[in-house]
Design a protein around this ligand. Structure first.
Ligand code: PEP
Ligand code: MG
Length: 315
């Protein structure tokens, strides 16, 4: 299987009834970008930008940040879009140069875009660096942990100010859908952005109220839980009504059992971990879009993730 998939790694992923699904990569560094291209990634669906600076004890300058983005954009080339997610620190991800106060519930605390909004100077520098690098390729900007409309308006204003300052034309802006409130409000949020990318790791954690890293409860943290699938379904339908596209960049996009369900729910782009990209593409090629939508309909009516997995195996 692996060898057959690798042989076709650089071919597009098209279902047997002619529906194309973009298969892109989750990366955390320029080295990952090189490997992503080798594995046939059609772009980057998630650059976890916080990984670039995790060990730094001082904040990187705008010029230094811009250099890394430019390097990654050069590797991917103009034909492969790169979604840079602004820093998602807090929760389980510390950042040495940004000491955060101790919190009782860090996953429910100052995390992701909340930090950017509370300390706009840091976010502004990052956005400036991304925009400075924009000419090197096809860049998109995405914000993590959005839970309300007002947060989008604040960060959009910041991006527009920086664009005006640098004289840069429109850059596509998206948000992660990884908090249940964002999925539930997707109809309103879709009017404000160019795309959504569903973070199934956090969406599952917050929907099922299970810590995504809990050692004893790993079996419970399954993004194929129908409650999560219903939120994904709502998100896609809301986006479609506004003519916006939806990707998945959480672990579910790298789960070969989940791929037919996600395709059936109308997901346009799967952002997977680099090594599995050829297999995700191969899986898509073996699918029929119509059958996947039937499968997804049935999955939404199941009572558990196990039942959904059983359904997929029988399909
Ligand atoms: C997610 O939450 O699914 C996601 C892709 O973001 P991260 O894993 O970086 O929190
Ligand atoms: Mg997340």
């Amino acid at each position: 299987h692996r060898e057959a998939a690798l042989a076709l790694a650089h071919q597009p992923a098209i279902t047997n009834d002619g529906h194309r699904v973009e298969v892109v990569a989750n990366i955390g560094s320029a080295d990952d970008a090189v490997k992503a291209v080798e594995m046939g990634a059609e772009g980057v669906g998630l650059l976890r930008s916080e990984f670039l600076y995790m060990e730094r004890t001082e904040e990187p300058s705008v010029a230094e940040q811009a250099r890394v983005y430019e390097q990654i954009l050069n590797i991917m080339g103009h034909e492969r879009p790169v979604i840079v997610r602004t820093m998602d620190v807090g929760g389980d991800k510390p950042l040495a140069y940004l000491p955060l106060p101790q919190e009782e519930n860090p996953f429910l605390g100052e995390r992701g875009v909340r930090i950017g909004i509370n300390r706009p100077a840091i976010l502004r520098k990052q956005v400036r660096a991304i925009l400075r690098a924009a000419g090197a390729g096809h860049v998109r900007i995405m914000f993590p942990m959005i839970s309300s409309l007002n947060e989008i308006q604040v960060v959009k204003k910041l991006v527009h100010e920086e664009q005006a300052r640098l004289g840069i034309e429109k850059v596509e802006l998206g948000i992660m859908i990884e908090v249940p409130s964002a999925a539930l409000m997707a109809d309103l949020l879709a009017k404000e952005v160019d795309f959504f990318s569903i973070g199934t790791n956090d969406l599952t954690q917050y929907t099922l109220a299970v810590d995504r890293g809990h050692p004893k409860l790993t079996a419970m943290v399954d993004g194929l839980h129908p409650a999560v699938l219903r939120l994904i379904d709502m998100t896609v339908k809301a986006a479609e009504r506004e003519g916006k596209w939806v990707g998945v960049c959480g672990g579910l996009a790298s789960d070969l059992e989940a791929v037919p369900v996600l395709v059936g729910l109308g997901i346009h782009e799967l952002s997977a971990s680099v090594p599995i990209i050829p297999e995700v593409k191969a899986r898509v090629r073996g699918l029929n879009r119509y059958e996947c939508s039937q499968l997804a309909e049935a999955a939404l009516e199941q009572s558990s993730a196990e039942a959904v997995r059983k359904l997929v195996r029988l399909a």
